[in-house]
Design a protein around this ligand. Structure first.
Ligand SMILES: [Zn+2]
Length: 281
């Protein structure tokens, strides 16, 4: 168990005792207590990231479809389904055709302590590859030998604060490094689980690329403390995929599968966070 999971597992009995003591306050979340903030109702926050936008059209389809015009309606449909389910809150990195830098998308998820970030894209096969390449795939970030983001984090931030928000009285820099490392392991494990759930949910609903679970260096997936996955919903460079992705019914099908993956992910997380009598949400 790492630190993010440890936040939930972290002295859970004491946490539940505190929750019991605060039973008169409506909807205290374990996360809020663990972070020492004011008690209030907090459903897990899902950040949806429709790829590209504004001056960045993303991939261009065989018939000229712009990726940014596929990712936004798909993400909005997913938002609608998730909010109707009532198990989470949803934030979007963009809700209109605007350019949002990748770093700002990551920052949004981090600042708002998102339970996960799901980035939504549609692929195009690289020049020289066959236009026959088609199907959806899901990416997590690949491991790197050097970790500039963690290094920058270590320089700039209060590591104890970043270590899952646990209040640790004056721990040494060594302990802080260990906690950060544990947090990253936990985040990576969460990302892998999210990606597997996503592939499983898409499988049988839509066509998948060979070996649909993949890894790559996506900036938008690099938050050290937010599990993240990137879905390539199909290949715009493939005429059949492009035609499908243009259809609202097909995008709704994709959105339903992605919603299933997201609720599967937060379902287990919520259970771990909130097990105990009379506590929900
Ligand atoms: Zn893209």
């Amino acid at each position: 168990m790492g630190v993010a999971g440890g936040m939930w597992g972290f002295d859970r009995r004491a946490l539940l005792a505190a929750l019991a003591g605060l039973a008169s306050s409506p909807g205290v979340s374990a996360q809020t207590l663990a972070r020492g903030a004011a008690p209030r109702v907090r459903l897990p926050l899902i950040v949806l990231d429709p790829g590209h936008g504004g001056g960045d059209p993303g991939a261009i389809g065989a018939s000229g479809t712009q990726e940014k015009r596929i990712t936004l309606p798909l993400a909005l449909e997913l938002k609608r389904i998730l909010e109707a389910g009532g198990q989470c809150r949803v934030a979007m990195t963009r809700t209109s055709d605007v350019f949002v830098p990748l770093a700002r998308r990551v920052d949004l998820a981090r600042q708002r302590e998102a339970a996960l970030l799901l980035s939504i894209h549609a692929d195009a096969s690289p020049t020289g590859h066959a236009a026959s390449l088609r199907g959806a795939s899901v990416y997590t970030v690949s491991e790197t030998a050097t970790d500039p983001l963690a290094a920058a984090l270590a320089r700039r931030e209060n590591l104890a604060d970043r270590a899952g928000g646990m209040r640790l009285p004056s721990v040494s820099p060594e302990v802080q490094r260990i906690l950060l490392s544990l947090m990253r392991q936990e985040t990576r494990a969460g990302s892998e689980r999210l990606a597997r759930l996503t592939v499983n949910a898409l499988d049988g609903e839509v066509g998948l690329l060979n070996q649909p679970l993949r890894r790559a260096q996506f900036v938008v997936l690099k938050a050290p403390d937010v599990p993240a996955a990137l879905v390539e919903c199909g290949f715009l460079s493939n005429p059949q995929d492009e035609a499908l992705l243009r259809r609202p019914e097909y995008r709704a099908k994709l959105a339903r599968a992605l919603a299933e993956a997201v609720t599967g992910f937060i379902g287990r997380r919520s259970l771990a966070a909130l097990e105990g009598p009379g506590i929900s949400g």
